[in-house]
Design a protein around this ligand. Structure first.
Ligand code: AMP
Ligand code: GLY
Length: 424
């Protein structure tokens, strides 16, 4: 069958690489794609939010399955538009993508169905939020814009003054736009973070192997929050015992809760978890693969990705035995110096040929484009270098070796991706 992938980042590159391995795949397209995705897919210049154009393209190019990688189109209802036209699509409908699209919704869902998460209150009135902070809150405390905010709508406030400033930014100055019409004030939790991505068909859930992201820009988890500077998989802190607990108290209950609410979820649920002293708790849900979590999880997956996605669409995921290699993977993001604030684009890149025929080494493009036949930088996160190894330390050594293979003038990376492994 022909496949259309919607998105343009490192995650979509990893998805395209995975789809290209499937014997079920004929022609692969990606909209809009990037310079790396071109290796596996024909990139078509249609934006991810142009639902009608995308659906027309799918209908006229005999697309058997459209895979939506990004959060914005999912939350905006792309799946509903495709389904209305009888087109097969992998991803949650709008009424289920709200699991990521509204933090207030997801917190209320967890409360109603007793899914462990941080204590919280939702606010639509900034005055009420301020009053709560002045009278009832203990610090540090966490403020979250309700809607999508490129992973930046979360503020951890050390004291009342910071929290007051946070309410102003989110609810009054609307720094994150309408995402801040509602705000969640949440208890601050401590512990190790772990990401568990899962395939879901509406009723059955098949969790993938675990991963951990590094969200801050600088070594030692300092600096600003970013989309993610690197990942490793599996997380040595995510034990079988914790996995069993999460399956019973978090994963299946979330799927059941969505079904009970009349919002059956088909697609990927990404559980952002914190392993606290009082057990695992949900930090956030996403309705799609993580980026750069996909870049370490998919290279370790043994199954044919199209077979698994088809099972999700057809509601027979219970027939799938999801399996991962008994190895490890590390992804180091090569970014533009200055990311996530100011950085230059359009810098010529070289070294891609070093990855040719090197098993277990991948260069997943995030922000690149081709200009006059030459690949140049085109974003803050430029490429993600993934390597596998028998163990996490081996995968990390391999990944850092391969970061040397790609050259561009304003290259920036963290040097401690996966360092936590040493403490495990
Ligand atoms: P989120 O987008 O909700 O995952 O939040 C982004 C990051 O903020 C998380 O990865 C955590 O590092 C941090 N964070 C979010 N919620 C909390 C919380 N309740 N307690 C402590 N840290 C948090
Ligand atoms: N890496 C975190 C995310 O994709 O949201």
């Amino acid at each position: 069958m022909n496949v259309l992938i919607v998105g343009s980042g490192g995650r979509e590159h990893a998805i395209a690489w995975s789809v290209a391995k499937s014997p079920l795949a004929d022609k692969i397209y990606c909209a809009p794609g990037n310079a790396g995705i071109e290796e596996y897919a024909e990139c078509v210049p249609i934006g991810a939010m142009e639902f009608e154009k995308l659906a027309e393209f799918a209908a006229s190019h005999d697309i058997g399955l459209t895979i939506v990688g990004m959060d914005d189109p999912l939350v905006g209802g792309i799946v509903d538009v495709f389904e209305e036209k009888g087109l097969r699509v992998f991803g949650p409908r709008k009424n289920a993508a709200i699991l990521e699209g509204s933090k207030a919704f997801s917190k209320d869902l967890m409360k109603k169905y007793h899914i462990p998460t941080a204590a919280y209150e939702n606010f639509t009135d900034p005055e009420k939020a301020l009053e709560y902070l002045r009278t009832e809150a203990s610090f540090p405390i966490v403020l979250k814009a309700d809607g999508l905010a490129l992973g930046k709508g979360v503020l951890i406030c050390q004291d009342l003054a910071e929290a007051e400033e946070g309410v102003r930014e989110i609810m009054q100055d609307k720094k994150f736009g309408s995402a801040g019409n509602t705000m969640v004030i949440e208890e601050f939790m401590t512990g190790r973070e772990v990401s568990v991505l899962s395939f879901v068909d509406g009723k059955t859930i098949r969790p993938m192997t675990s991963a951990q992201d590094h969200k801050r820009a600088q070594d030692g988890d300092k600096g600003l929050n970013t989309g993610g500077m690197g990942t490793f998989s599996p997380s040595p802190f995510y034990t079988e015992e914790i996995d069993a607990y999460c399956m019973e108290h978090i994963f299946q209950p979330t799927v059941d809760a969505m079904a009970a609410e009349g919002r059956p979820f088909q697609g990927i649920i990404f559980f952002g978890l914190m392993l606290t002293q009082n057990g695992p708790k949900v930090l956030e849900y996403n309705a799609r693969f993580g980026d750069p979590e996909a870049q370490v999880v998919l290279p370790r997956m043994k199954n044919d990705i199209l077979e698994v996605m088809e099972a999700c669409v057809d509601g027979c995921l219970d027939q799938i035995d999801l399996q991962f290699e008994d190895n490890a993977a590390v992804c180091v993001v090569l970014a533009s110096e200055g990311y996530p604030v100011h950085y230059e684009k359009g810098i010529p890149m070289s070294g891609f040929e070093n990855f040719k025929d090197k098993e277990g080494f991948y260069c997943f493009h995030a922000g690149t484009k081709r200009v006059d036949g030459r690949i140049v930088t085109n974003g803050g996160r430029v490429v993600g270098i993934t390597a596998t190894g028998r163990t996490l330390p081996e995968a990390r050594a391999n990944a850092y070796e391969a970061t040397e293979w790609i050259r561009f003038d304003n290259k920036y990376m963290r040097h401690d991706i996966g360092k936590a492994i040493d403490e495990a």
